[in-house]
Design a protein around this ligand. Structure first.
Ligand SMILES: Cc1cc2nc3c(=O)[nH]c(=O)nc-3n(C[C@H](O)[C@H](O)[C@H](O)COP(=O)(O)O)c2cc1C
Length: 216
């Protein structure tokens, strides 16, 4: 685990920092504090021969880039199973027409999927429920196997789950890289005991095949 349990003192510090941030946001300094380094949001198409007849969209939301890299790895590995796979950032608002399956992923911030990913699901709900959809979540806390940890990570999808009629879910450990964060996010992360780490399990990521696609 890369983020240690938050103590009461740290919690109070974070609240203090939040209030300070709110004040700062009302000034020019706020802009500097919340400005994150540019992050790449690449698009790819993998797979030339569609031996399965399935065209898959892997769409992702990221802030610091690690979910984009995970989406790319998923796309690449599925193409090796005979699927044609487009990898697209959610922010480009990909058109769902023509896909037999959509794999959608987001990193978690402050206990939730990124807002643009939630908005995409809300805006495309009727199309998404008519296609096969599976969800991947990238996060750093609540990665253990015990019931408490499991329940906490499942809660990251509490807003989304009711919109999607039992979509398959998978959870991947992510990355903490201070150089990819805004000053404010870096400060919050340090306050809650975050340490730099790349906890991605590439074997788990590359071997993920949603159950419905494993039969194809
Ligand atoms: C400001 C901030 C808040 C975060 N909040 C959570 C959280 O609530 N739960 C969690 O498990 N991980 C949390 N994380 C960890 C991120 O989910 C993790 O760093 C992820 O790999 C980021 O993905 P991205 O690089 O695609 O943005 C947080 C990270 C940051 C920087």
């Amino acid at each position: 685990m890369t983020i240690r349990k938050t103590s009461r003192r740290n919690f109070i510090k974070v609240i203090g920092l939040g209030l300070a941030a709110t004040t700062l946001t009302c000034s020019g300094i706020g802009y500097v504090a919340t400005r994150a380094p540019d992050v790449e949001t690449p698009t790819f198409t993998f797979g030339e021969e569609n031996t399965t007849g399935y065209h898959i969209l892997v769409t992702y939301a990221t802030r610091a880039g690690s979910t984009a890299e995970i989406a790319t790895a998923i796309g690449e590995s599925l193409s090796q199973r005979g699927f044609v796979v487009d990898v697209r950032p959610v922010k480009d608002n990909p058109d769902l027409a023509g896909y037999q399956a959509v794999l959608m992923g987001s990193s978690v911030r402050m206990g939730n999927w990124l807002p643009e990913a939630i908005t995409f699901i809300e805006n495309n709900q009727s199309a998404l429920v008519q296609t096969f959809i599976a969800l991947f979540t990238v996060h750093l806390q609540n990665v253990d196997d015990d019931e408490t940890s499991r329940a906490a990570r499942l809660a990251y999808l509490n807003v989304i789950r009711p919109l999607l009629n039992g979509a398959e879910e998978v959870y991947f450990a992510g990355v903490m890289d201070f150089s990819r964060l805004s000053l404010l996010d870096r400060s919050i992360s340090k306050m809650v005991g975050g340490v730099e780490a790349d906890n991605r399990d590439w074997d788990k990521i590359r071997s993920w095949v949603p159950a419905a696609l494993a039969q194809k």
